[in-house]
Design a protein. Structure first.
Length: 311
């Protein structure tokens, strides 16, 4: 980016916070250590409070320093928006978009979407970070992400939902599983077979625990993991089944490596997949267009998966 609108002082604070010392920041950004030190001390003198806690092992942000990091991120986001919008006025689709999304989507939605963006918007840079749904919303709130694609997002203040789709609860298993040919399964049947479940760091596990905790409390303890990739590998091996959504296992369903059976019973409620942005700032126009492209790719994938036969 050629604008360089972020003030030097904020740039230096961010570099020292990231690298842990003035000397390390100096080497990383190619600015003399004395210049970085002078800018930071000037700000501290004007404020009357330290921006960093200085110890023998390095420098860490003080509470006031943390406020400056938030300010820096907002300033950089605004800089990116201005740069992108100006370029679009000139007929150039250019920008830098930060997407936070889920582990389970890395072999289905994301590759399709990133190839699609590369074809349509070759000058748009996209950074993809994998985290939990809670991580995604926190990143939006902190200004560390532009778009979040996450499961089971609840409407809240300062969060704008661009697109959302309900996802029924499914019992997923290998084609040779004892229940694979059923048209629907009850939770009581789920309990009779080995199961791999998501860790409490994921919203689906917390929902299942609150509504159907008895499923996991039998004599046969479940395997617990925060990796949806591991969960899918266990299911495909035929040793375990799982409760999840069709989007979590979309590619495996299309490939025929997993089958999905609807779960019936009292209080069995759908999940949702949501595309969200922060309501506290305005995105570049190109980011909104890319988000719409992502929503369209997910909808198209779900349409293909839902056309598959059940059981």
């Amino acid at each position: 980016m050629a604008l360089h609108l972020v003030p030097r002082g904020l740039h230096y604070i961010e570099a020292v916070a990231e690298h842990g010392s003035i000397q390390a920041a100096s080497r990383a950004i190619g600015i003399a250590a004395s210049a970085i030190d002078r800018q930071i001390k000037l700000l501290e003198d004007r404020l009357g409070v330290p921006l960093f806690d200085r110890t023998s092992t390095g420098m860490t942000l003080s509470p006031v320093g943390e406020m400056f990091i938030v300010l820096t991120r907002r300033w950089k986001a605004d800089e990116n928006r201005i740069w992108s919008d100006v370029k679009q006025m000139q007929g150039v689709d250019l920008g830098h978009i930060r997407l936070v999304t889920m582990d389970s989507l890395v072999n289905s939605v994301l590759p399709r979407f990133l190839h699609h963006v590369a074809e349509i918007y070759p000058k748009v840079r996209i950074d993809v970070v994998i985290g939990t749904p809670d991580d995604a919303i926190a990143a939006l709130d902190a200004g560390n992400a532009d778009i979040a694609l996450a499961f089971n997002v609840r409407a809240q203040r300062d969060l704008h939902l661009l697109w959302s789709e309900e996802l029924p609860l499914l019992y997923v298993a290998a084609p040779g599983h004892a229940l694979a040919r059923e048209k629907e399964v009850r939770l009581s049947q789920v309990r009779d077979h080995p199961i791999v479940v998501q860790s409490p760091s994921l919203a689906i596990r917390r929902i299942l625990e609150a509504r159907h905790g008895w499923v996991f409390s039998g004599d046969r303890p479940p395997i617990v993991t925060n990796s949806l990739q591991l969960l899918k590998q266990m299911v495909m091996s035929g040793s375990h089944a799982a409760l999840t959504s069709e989007l979590d296992v979309a590619q495996e369903l299309l490939d025929g490596r997993i089958v999905a059976i609807p779960v019936t019973g009292q209080n069995v409620a759908p999940q949702n997949i949501t595309l969200a942005i922060s309501g506290k700032r305005t995105l570049p126009r190109i980011a909104t267009r890319v988000a719409e492209l992502l929503a369209g790719d997910i909808a198209a994938l779900l349409e293909r998966v839902r056309a598959l036969p059940i059981g």
